[in-house]
Structure formats: C-alpha cells, structure tokens
Design a protein around this ligand. Structure first.
Ligand code: ADP
Ligand code: ADP
Length: 230
C-alpha cells in the first residue's frame, strides 16, 4: 500500500495561480524519489500538500489509504508522519543550541525522556552534528545548518521525509556529505522525497524520478525509464 496517494489534486492560490493541475500520483514505502522541475513548476506547493500545510482546492489526498479530511488532530498527526526539510534551514532552526533544535521535534511526540535522549544522540552521530551540539545554530555554516535541520526531522522518525532542494547552495563537498547522509538514513528503510535541479544527482541517487512542469506531472518512473524517453 502506498504511503500517500493524490487523486486529481489541483491547487489554486488566492490570486488565481493554478500551481497544481489535476495531479495523480502515489508514493511507495521505502523508495528514494527525486522530483525535478523548473522554478514555479509546483514542487513546493506539492510538498506543502503532503504534510497538510495546504489543502487541495479540488481532488483528494490519502495517507496510508485513508482520505484526508483536514480535522485538526489528523493534520497534527500528518505533520509527525511527513517531515519537511525546507530549502532555507534558517526558517526551521530557532533554538539556542543545536542540541535543543534537534530535540524539539521528538519532544512533541509522546515519548519517554530516555527515548527522546536516545534518538537525539543517535541522529547527532548519524548527521555528524555532535561536535557542535552546544552552538547556537546561527553560528553554523550552511552545510552544518542543513545537517541540523535534517537531524531534527530524522529524530521524529517520520514515515516520509521531504527535502526541498537539500543541496542547493552547497559546494560539491557538502552536497556529497548531504547525499551520503540521505543514503545512510535510507538504509533504515525510510521513504525520502527530494526536489532538485540536478539531473545527475537524481539519476545517481533515486529509485524513482518525477518530472514536473507548470503544475503538471510529466513523467514518473525509474531514472532509466524517465530519462530514456526524453
Ligand atoms: P516550485 O517550488 O516548483 O518553484 P511553487 O510551488 O513554489 O513552485 O509555485 C508554483 C506556482 O505557484 C508558481 O507559479 C508560483 O508563482 C505560484 N505561487 C507560489 N506561491 C504562491 C502564493 N502564495 N500565491 C500565489 N501564487 C503562488
Ligand atoms: P563556552 O565558551 O563556555 O562554551 P559561550 O557562551 O562562549 O560558552 O558559547 C556557547 C556555545 O556557543 C559554545 O559551545 C560555542 O561553541 C558557541 N559559540 C560562541 N561564540 C561563538 C562564535 N563566535 N563562533 C562560533 N561558535 C560560538
């Protein structure tokens, strides 16, 4: 069973912009998916629909086979199941230390203090953020900030991790670090969806590629299927 299914999903902003036009898609458990599209293609809109920040203006979205009704409690639960790492990590790091930032997400899940601590320690090792755990996040480099933002989401153990251009603005060294990290995370059988402009990256990393343009999903398949046709 897919984690998420979109049926004829459209999204129109208040000013009339049709950002998504009748999208059908499903996201399977355990896959690594790359979403490719120009600026304005609708990628961020799609991401915001995935965790309930936005609600379709028509069509429907199902999570684990259950159609979303957008009741408050359901949206809260959805946000714990779908973790988003925004393109600019500044927008999601606001605690006075890296440690507190990473702890913020799991603290809101009903876990014992021991389990919270265990998870925070584990993800700090995985993301190599331990060495600067007491620093205020705003002192960090962009690559370090991205790792902290990713750590915070991984610590919540969401069913689906969504990353908006995780390597944008990073030099090749940090880009590789981030992709290696996503590879390590994936070994724990998580589903990861990322957006990128980098076709080589998508080709090398993804199990599945989706191509969007102007609110439409143009293609979805394995990298070989998708890029052979083009
Ligand atoms: P992408 O992430 O692929 O760059 P977006 O989802 O941000 O694309 O945008 C899709 C379309 O919706 C674009 O035409 C964009 O200008 C428009 N859009 C995005 N946010 C808003 C908004 N708040 N109000 C009106 N139009 C918007
Ligand atoms: P201490 O030096 O006793 O650790 P500080 O208040 O000086 O306490 O710093 C708290 C944390 O913030 C430290 O872990 C340090 O790594 C980080 N920090 C403080 N100032 C800077 C700075 N200018 N650049 C980078 N990190 C800093």
């Amino acid at each position: 069973e897919p984690i998420v299914t979109f049926e004829q999903v459209s999204y129109q902003y208040a000013d009339g912009t049709l950002a998504l036009d009748q999208i059908n898609l499903s996201i399977e458990q355990g896959k690594k998916i790359a979403l490719i599209g120009n600026n304005g293609a609708g990628k961020s809109t799609l991401f915001q629909l995935l965790n309930g920040i936005l609600k379709p203006t028509s069509g429907s979205i199902s999570f684990r086979g259950k159609k979303l009704t957008y009741k408050r409690k359901e949206v809260q639960e959805l946000r714990q199941q779908v973790g988003i790492v925004f393109q600019n990590p500044e927008t999601q790091l606001f605690s006075s230390s890296v440690y507190d930032d990473i702890k913020f997400g799991p603290k809101n899940l009903k876990l014992t203090p021991e389990e919270i601590e265990r998870r925070v320690m584990e993800v700090m090792e995985l993301t190599e953020t331990v060495t600067f755990k007491d620093k205020p996040p705003h002192f960090l480099s962009i690559g370090q900030k991205k790792r902290v933002a990713i750590a915070g989401i991984v610590a919540m153990a969401p069913a689906l991790m969504v990353l908006d251009e995780p390597t944008a603005g990073l030099d090749p060294y940090y880009s590789k670090k981030i992709m290696d990290l996503l590879e390590d995370i994936h070994h724990e059988n998580r589903t990861i969806l990322l957006s990128t402009h980098n076709i080589d990256l998508a080709y090398g990393w993804a199990d599945e590629v989706m191509i969007m343009n102007n609110g439409h999903l143009l293609a979805k398949g394995t990298p070989i299927e998708v890029f052979k046709k083009r």
